[in-house]
Ligand binder design. Sequence first.
Ligand code: ADP
Ligand code: ADP
Length: 220
Amino acid sequence: TDIVAFDNVVKRYPGGKLALDRVSLRLARGEMAFLTGHSGAGKSTLMKLIGLIERPTRGRVVINGTDLAKVRRAHIPRYRQRVGLIFQNYNLLYDRTVFDNVALPLVIRGIGHTEIARRVRAALDTVGLLSHEKKFPITLSGGEQQRVGIARAVVNRPHLLLADEPTGNLDPDLSADIMRLFTRLNETGTSIMIATHAIDLVEHMGYRRIALDHGHLEAG
Ligand code: ADP
Ligand code: ADP
């Protein structure tokens, strides 16, 4: 089965215009794809529907075999544990160490200390920040802060990673590093969707591009 399936999805914000207009798309399990389009094209909206931050006006969203219309509000936190979200502004807690930031999703689930330490270190190792676990995010570079955000997103072993403009605040070299990190995570089996308007950064990478234009999916 596909990890992501959209069937004729429409999203109209209350009082607003059409953010997504009859979008149908599939992401295969294990696939990585870039979601491109100008500002306002609907990229964030598409990701918010997958993260159950917004609900569609019409149509169906099925993630890893689960029809999201059937996920009741009380079960949203549990659903989100298996979808790793990565943000442009990192969304880190600046009064907590790198270790504690990455541990947070596991602490929320009530996982034991020993297992948390093992998994946090494995995730920090994956992003190359093992030696930074005791530091505070403010002392890290932007690229390092984003890698903390990625470690936090993968620590729950998500079925799917969603990154919304993950390199939006980074210079070209650091952006390329982050994209290489996503490539590595994908090579170990994680399905990944990355929204970006930095087409120049991704067009040579050889991954599928899903293009949105004013809420419409473009062919290709
Ligand atoms: P992108 O991520 O590609 O920039 P968005 O999904 O953020 O696009 O926005 C798509 C459209 O939906 C835009 O016209 C935007 O103004 C509108 N929109 C986004 N969020 C809201 C909201 N909460 N309420 C009303 N309109 C919104
Ligand atoms: P386990 O042995 O229990 O499968 P690991 O020790 O291999 O777990 O990894 C520990 C944590 O690091 C896991 O929670 C996992 O989500 C994360 N992690 C490490 N590498 C990856 C990766 N390539 N993709 C996603 N998550 C990863």
